[in-house]
Structure formats: C-alpha cells, structure tokens
Design a protein around this ligand. Structure first.
Ligand SMILES: *Cc1c(COP(=O)(O)O)cnc(C)c1O
Length: 221
C-alpha cells in the first residue's frame, strides 16, 4: 500500500468533523511530500530537532503539531511557527511557551495533555495540576488552550482503552463549561493507529495517526 492509499482509506473511515494529523516522526521528508501531494497539510512530530529540520525543508503552508514531550529550553525553536502543541504537561512549560509567544508576538495554540493511562507513563497532568494551570491562565495571554490530549494504555484490552478515552471525554465536557479569553475547549486529541476508531466512538475529534499511514518505524539507526 502507498502513503496516498493509506491516507485515502483512513479519510474514508472517519467522519468529516474529525481532523487527521499525520504523524511523520522518523519518516523522511519524501514521505511527507507524498502525503502533502495527496492533500494532507497537518503533520505531527515528537522531537523538536526533527520538526525543525522538516519544517525548514518543506512547504511553508504545512501545519506542524508537536505531539511529544517538550522540554522548556526547546520551546524557543518552534515558537515562531508551530501550529499546535499537544503535549503541555506542566505549568512551568506553559509559562515558557507564554514567554516565547510574547517574544514572537503570537499567541501559541496548546492542548493540555492529561494522564489517562493505567500503566506508568511519564507524562500528563492530573486533576490538581489541571486546576492549577487553569487558575494561572489570566497571567498567560500569549497561550491559548484549545483542548485536551490523552494517550490510552498500550494494551490489547479494548475495553480498558475505551474506558480511558471515555474518562477524558467526561473531563473535556466538564472543562468546556469554563470560558476564559485563552481557554476554549474545542479539540479532543485522542486516538492513534491502533485505536483511532474507538477514540472517535468515544468523542475524539482529532486523531494522531503514524504507522497506518507511513508504515512501521525504524528506530535502529
Ligand atoms: C507516535 C505517536 C503517535 C502515532 O502513533 P502510531 O501508532 O504510529 O499511529 C500518536 N501520538 C503520539 C503522542 C505519538 O508519539
């Protein structure tokens, strides 16, 4: 199967209100170009260095999503152009994004990454940290929180994955009632290659799909 065939079959499976971010990490610029020619404009990367290299090499009308853990000292490299940061997992990081937004005179769009998996993963906010961030937002005018992102447990147990997504949707609907200048929840980013259909059933409106588009990743080199 080619990249365009893969994209086509995914787009045919998902409702039109669901946005597809093509996760191109580890794949070459040529693979992104193939998807781009097919009409895909939103791409996700999880490493700043790789994101910068690809952004420099590729068309400037691509929308770049940072989906992996972001270190505060690297925010400055992506602040001028990043479209959406999915992985805000601390107040400290959000404060740094705000600072770089001010420097670049642009409001930077963010999602709050919420910890939903049962397994021990490193990143994501719990409900106390979420509250603390929401309470700080009046002091952070150069960020805008557009939604939540979550990653379910890496398990074959579909019911568990479903319950984790469902929990995040409940939280999303609850926080949606809060309205601030820079807090307007619209995007619920959940679902990857193995679970995007399930995620959509549970209310996702943005899926981050890598291997089902570009094939499996090679981390050996
Ligand atoms: C790699 C990655 C994806 C895509 O994973 P696939 O299983 O290849 O679809 C989605 N979200 C995040 C945060 C990732 O790091």
């Amino acid at each position: 199967m080619s990249i365009s065939n893969n994209l086509n079959s995914i787009l045919n499976q998902i409702p039109s209100h669901v946005m597809l971010v093509a996760v191109s990490k580890t794949h070459p610029v040529s693979a992104i170009q193939e998807a781009y020619k097919f009409g895909q404009k939103h791409f996700g990367e999880n490493k700043v260095q790789e994101l910068i290299e690809k952004q420099t090499a590729l068309s400037k009308d691509i929308y770049w999503h940072l989906i992996g853990h972001l270190q505060s000292n690297k925010v400055k490299y992506i602040a001028p152009f990043v479209f959406l940061i999915h992985s805000v997992d601390s107040l400290k990081l959000l404060q740094e994004i705000n600072k770089e937004g001010l420097k670049n005179k642009r409001v930077i769009n963010c999602l709050l990454q919420v910890y939903i998996a049962k397994e021990e993963t490193k990143y994501g906010l719990d409900s106390h940290e979420l509250d603390a961030i929401i309470n700080e937002l009046d002091n952070l005018p150069f960020v805008k929180i557009y939604g939540l992102m979550g990653m379910a447990s890496n398990t074959e147990n579909a019911e568990q994955v479903r319950m984790e997504f469902r929990g995040l949707k409940v939280l999303f609907d609850k926080l949606k009632l809060i309205k601030k200048e820079n807090f307007q929840l619209e995007i619920l980013s959940m679902g990857m290659s193995s679970d995007y259909l399930l995620a959509i059933e549970e209310g996702s409106n943005l899926i981050r799909v890598g291997s089902s588009i570009f094939g499996s990743r090679d981390y050996s080199n």
